[in-house]
Design a protein around this ligand. Structure first.
Ligand SMILES: Cc1ncc(COP(=O)(O)O)c(C=O)c1O
Length: 407
């Protein structure tokens, strides 16, 4: 009988041959340093004996091992439960979810907020539930936005990265073709979606210019603040830093990066949240966010607003960027993410290995994740790195950069 299954060995070989096969490397804990293990497949991993400094995590404020955040998770587990047990619409809606959503709405300056079980689920569920006729999407938007557009079956117009003029010309083009084809553009629903901070480039979207363009055409704006939430004005994101709360209809983000937890959220009008509660399938048909995750995120958001963690992060970012640039490296972007541009793929891998040999972890990012010729090392400092950690990282880059012949 013919085998109607799947040739998985062949797929894995192809990944191996094209240098695209990924592997899982475990670590003993999530913090600014840890003991890593070599990829071990399904076998029990063996951790290395040397501790490595982590400059590769989205745990930007270092709050995953903060006592207050851990205590909040512990307490929620003990008093509410370890899991939500059901969809929020059944019996999984608890007081810790409500506390978190109230705080998120306050920080994001919106009427309401809604917690999802991941940022991925928030993006996919929200875009699909809105059912936009056309989505205007930055070319470097996150995969969950792209998947949301696919699920919504929306026509997608991709504009150049962080380029409001390119967005405007896409909006004009769509208005022209709609009129030409006998459709009234006013009958179509248009959604502009952008990350605020882009995770591989460290760039920040020109949100004000995007809002200007949107308003000229009556489109709505959705901003993904995954890499910004907790880090900007008053613990908000770039939308808060730029005072655009009233011009951005949908603010989305995750609880899994600076907020040191798990889950995602959408903040916006009461009507938007009511629609998502009813129509976002990733909300309706998925178990509610685990109560310890909701409580940890609330506490982390509180710490992000009221402690010196944000200032410490931005100080570390400035120190590291200055140090890398004064060595002669080109550092991209204008956020807490510091992509060190190398260009050549092999040199980038060698540089990443060189710093790893010096017990500093920062990943090589290569095609197809980034365009050919723009391979880079993504360096992500944390608020909990001290000055010695930053110096160790800089020394590793200096020594490995010379070894590879880049300096
Ligand atoms: C820009 C962006 N949006 C959404 C997500 C998805 O968030 P989560 O990891 O909470 O599913 C990520 C995370 O990888 C992201 O970087």
């Amino acid at each position: 009988m013919a085998d109607r299954g799947f040739d998985l060995e062949d797929r894995l070989e192809t990944l191996e041959e094209t240098d695209l096969k990924r592997a899982l490397s475990p670590v003993d804990r999530v913090a600014e340093r840890g003991y890593f293990g070599e990829p071990s497949g399904g076998d029990l991993p063996v951790l290395e004996t040397a501790e490595a400094l982590v400059f590769a995590s989205n745990n930007y404020l270092g709050l995953t091992d903060d006592q207050r955040v851990q205590d909040a998770a512990r307490q929620a587990a003990a008093t509410v439960g370890t899991g939500a047990g059901a969809s929020r619409l059944v019996t999984g809606d608890t007081m810790v979810h409500r506390d978190l959503e109230r705080l998120l709405a306050e920080v994001k300056g919106t009427e309401r907020a809604l917690a999802f079980s991941s940022g991925y689920a928030a993006n996919v569920g929200t875009i699909a539930a809105l059912e936009p006729d056309v989505v205007f999407s930055d070319e470097l938007n996150h995969a969950s936005i792209i998947d949301g557009c696919r699920l919504a079956d929306a026509e997608t117009a991709v504009y150049d990265h962080c380029d409001a003029a390119s967005l405007r010309s896409q909006l004009e083009e769509r208005a022209r073709t709609a009129t030409r084809d006998g459709r009234d553009p006013a009958d179509e629903s248009w959604l502009i979606v952008t990350d605020s901070v882009f995770s591989m480039d460290g760039t920040v979207a020109p949100l004000e210019a995007i809002c200007d363009a949107a308003e000229s055409f009556g489109a709505w704006v959705m901003v993904d603040e995954a890499h910004a939430t907790g880090l900007y004005a008053n613990g908000g994101g770039v939308v808060q830093a730029e005072g655009l709360e009233d011009r951005v209809q949908i603010q989305m983000g995750t609880l899994s990066k600076a907020l040191a937890s798990q889950g995602g959220y959408v903040a916006g009008s009461a009507a938007l949240i009511e629609c998502l509660v009813n129509d976002a399938r990733s909300f309706v048909f998925s178990t509610g966010l685990a109560p310890p995750a909701a409580a940890a995120a609330s506490e982390a958001l509180h710490v992000a607003r009221h402690s010196g963690a944000r200032e410490q992060l931005w100080e570390n970012v400035a120190h590291l960027r200055d140090g890398l640039e004064s060595m002669g490296f080109e550092v991209l972007g204008e956020s807490q993410i510091l992509p060190v541009l190398v260009g050549d793929r092999t040199d980038t891998i060698d540089l990443a290995e060189g710093i790893r040999e010096r017990d500093v972890v920062a990943p090589a990012i290569r095609p197809p994740t980034v365009p050919e010729g723009t391979s880079r090392i993504r360096v992500a400092p944390m608020a909990t790195h001290d000055e010695d950690d930053i110096i160790t990282c800089l020394e590793a880059f200096s020594a490995a950069g010379e070894e590879v012949g880049l300096l």
